[in-house]
Design a protein around this ligand. Sequence first.
Ligand SMILES: C[S@@+](CC[C@H](N)C(=O)[O-])C[C@H]1O[C@@H](n2cnc3c(N)ncnc32)[C@H](O)[C@@H]1O
Length: 267
Amino acid sequence: METEPEHAFDDVDASGVAPELIAYLEAVADRPEVRALHDRVLAALDVRPGERVLDVGCGIGNVARELARATGTEVVAIDRSVAMLAAARERHDPALDVRYEPADVTALPYDDAAFDVVHVERVLQHVADIDRACAEMARVLRPGGRLVALDTDWASLAVDIPETELAERCLSRVQQQFAQPRAGLRLRRLLTTAGLRDVTQEANAFCYTRLADAAVPLPMLDERLPAEAGFVPAGDRDAWLAALARADENGTFVAGFTGYYALAHKR
Ligand SMILES: C[S@@+](CC[C@H](N)C(=O)[O-])C[C@H]1O[C@@H](n2cnc3c(N)ncnc32)[C@H](O)[C@@H]1O
């Protein structure tokens, strides 16, 4: 029986595909629709000079550096992966004050009320104890502080190809790849349960009509990611990639999904 690794981003260091995951984050960060979303979210967050900011699950650190640029003060960027932190440090801009530290969101090594702002993007979908993660982020936020969370609703992922059963199998496998496939949809409830207040939530729909564009944020569509990354059932992988390529060549390819972001406050 074939074995398929689960949840690559849960434990990047043990995934066996850390370089591919780093390259994936880099390519996603460069997409214009992702840059536009970051601009919108950072404007809503309205980070002010001097505020203490925590970026949770910083990956390669691109947003942490944007936040440091906006505040002119130190941003603490944490990630549980040693490989990710190394990649973030390699990309560091010495003009900016970013401290990259190993930490797990479910046990943050910081005092209560240590930060004015918490940012967490595409991390909660990977965390089994998501309630604990939200409680920890709420704990380290000072009264009057705010948190922004961005996440995906993987159940919304849809791909239109004529091979509907194949698509169904591959897309349902995608949901098993994430500890919390519906984290994005659940943000408002999660953050409210964690004790945060005035939680607003907005959706961001992504729609792609070219496979090459879609494959950047959607690793399950990306032929460059090795089978071991396990984003689609290994037995279906060749047929799936061929069907996607055919739809693309025919000019009928469509893929879409919904991301959400929530802005929450601590009283
Ligand atoms: C999909 S990446 C997102 C990275 C970055 N926030 C971004 O949006 O580009 C998920 C990141 O969360 C980290 N991560 C996963 N579980 C974590 C945990 N329990 N505590 C801290 N970081 C975690 C992973 O190592 C990875 O770098």
